[in-house]
Design a protein around this ligand. Structure first.
Ligand code: COA
Length: 382
């Protein structure tokens, strides 16, 4: 028996898995486009809600369409009381991404469209999941601190609502804007691991909630969404700017990676890092303390110099400066990855809708490396 010639690429790098109109990345040039618009255009001019509409519909909304989406999000932000009770029963020490995964999964029980996979129902589920992911993440922090979740306010934007529900205090316009931009920057990234997981699950015609539960699980790993938490843990472990050189030298000596640096697709700077670097610096300057930004910049400079010396095109990714930015916004470190989900739920749902709009079961082949044609040996003779 012969097996087919191997065509596998490690980690499926550069394999084009399906057509999509949602997001484009040029890894060589550092270009990221959502639905035709460069991320720089969107981060400078749009709101997260406009970007949600763009990802779902392939075009920017008119004023009335944006108002309609805002109203839908607003009407769906509240979590069912049963979900809050369930969240209160979880151990206070549970990892927030695990709580998010389980809670997203359980939300399916209370969705009025359960069992309905029609295009209209899928869209309604996308709205509910996008609205409620933010509420869940804010509630995770309140509940584990023994506090009651804060009900959302209809008049606040998605970004401002999240910070309000997290802190029981309305954010300043500047804070809300900074967080809104962070949400825009994380909203989609083509066939990354979690999005691909969502599409694979949706492709079986499983429910939208099943697809998003798969995505949350995939996002939780340190090589994907978990890197931003690792970056902040690194900064806290280093502690002071004078210890950066020794820390980085030690990492290099041990051959260990610096989190928040490097990317599977970008061979140059991740365009999202450009905005987050600026945001980290501006947030520090506004607060009169740029320590976390300065340390991050120094680490980045050292790593980039070392990578250049080795001829590797490895640069800061989206996670590197989001860590210090979120820290300065007062967000607990173990919520950074759940916050990634607060944004990426828009992209995940867009991809699920696109996948189901023209579905084909995703079923690749493996590059089998095992033996062939072995004869069965009875157990007592092995
Ligand atoms: N720090 C130091 N060296 C790094 C590095 C980092 N963050 N990222 C990659 N490298 C080095 C690797 O050691 C490897 O070196 P080698 O060729 O001498 O073995 C080379 O660059 C290629 O790395 P590899 O991990 O094989 O490339 P990849 O395309 O699979 O990696 C990541 C992409 C994101 C997994 C990788 O860069 C990484 O682990 N980064 C840190 C985690 C992170 O920030 N993830 C969030 C991504 S948005």
């Amino acid at each position: 028996m012969t097996k087919p010639a191997s065509t596998s690429a490690a980690g499926l790098r550069d394999v084009v898995a399906a057509p999509s109109s949602i997001c484009f990345i040029d890894g060589e040039k550092g270009i990221l486009i959502y639905g035709g618009y460069n991320i720089h255009e969107l981060a400078t001019n749009s709101s997260f809600e406009e970007v949600i509409f763009l990802l779902w519909n392939g075009r920017l909304p008119k004023q009335s369409e944006l108002a309609e989406l805002n109203a839908e999000l607003s009407a769906n932000r509240q979590l069912p009381a049963e979900i809050i009770s369930m969240m209160k029963s979880f151990p206070k020490t549970a990892v927030p991404m695990d709580v998010l995964r389980t809670t997203v999964s359980a939300l399916a029980f209370y969705d009025p469209d359960t069992g309905n996979n029609s295009p209209e129902a899928r869209k309604r589920k996308a709205v509910r999941l996008t609205a409620q992911t933010a509420t869940i993440v804010a509630a995770i922090d309140r509940i584990r601190k023994g506090q009651e979740p804060i009900a959302p306010k209809a008049e606040l934007s998605h970004a401002a609502n999240f910070l309000y529900m997290l802190n029981d205090k309305e954010p300043s316009d500047v804070e809300a804007k900074a967080f809104d931009i962070a949400l825009i920057l994380h909203a989609d990234h083509e066939f990354n691991a979690s999005t691909f997981a969502a599409r694979v699950t949706a492709g079986t015609l499983a429910d939208v909630y099943a697809a998003i539960t798969s995505a949350v699980g995939a996002l939780s790993g340190p090589l994907h969404g978990g890197a931003n938490e690792q970056v902040m843990k690194m900064l806290l472990e280093i502690g002071t700017p004078d210890k950066v050189d020794a820390y980085v030298a030690d990492k290099f000596a041990k051959g260990e990676k610096i989190m928040g640096i490097g990317h599977a697709v970008y061979q140059t700077e991740d365009p999202r890092a450009t905005h987050l670097r600026r945001m980290s610096q501006a947030t520090g300057e506004r607060q009169g303390d740029t320590k976390w930004f300065d340390m991050s910049k120094h680490i980045e400079d050292l790593v980039v110099a070392e990578m250049d010396r080795k001829g590797k095109k490895i640069r800061a990714n989206v996670d590197f400066y989001s860590a210090s930015t979120y820290y300065m916004l007062g967000i607990p470190v173990d919520l950074y990855t759940p916050i990634f989900a607060v944004s990426r739920i828009s992209g995940w749902t867009a991809h699920v809708l696109e996948q189901l709009g023209n579905n084909k079961l995703i079923r690749p082949r493996s590059d089998y490396l095992g033996e062939m044609d072995l004869k069965y040996v009875p157990i007592e003779q092995r």
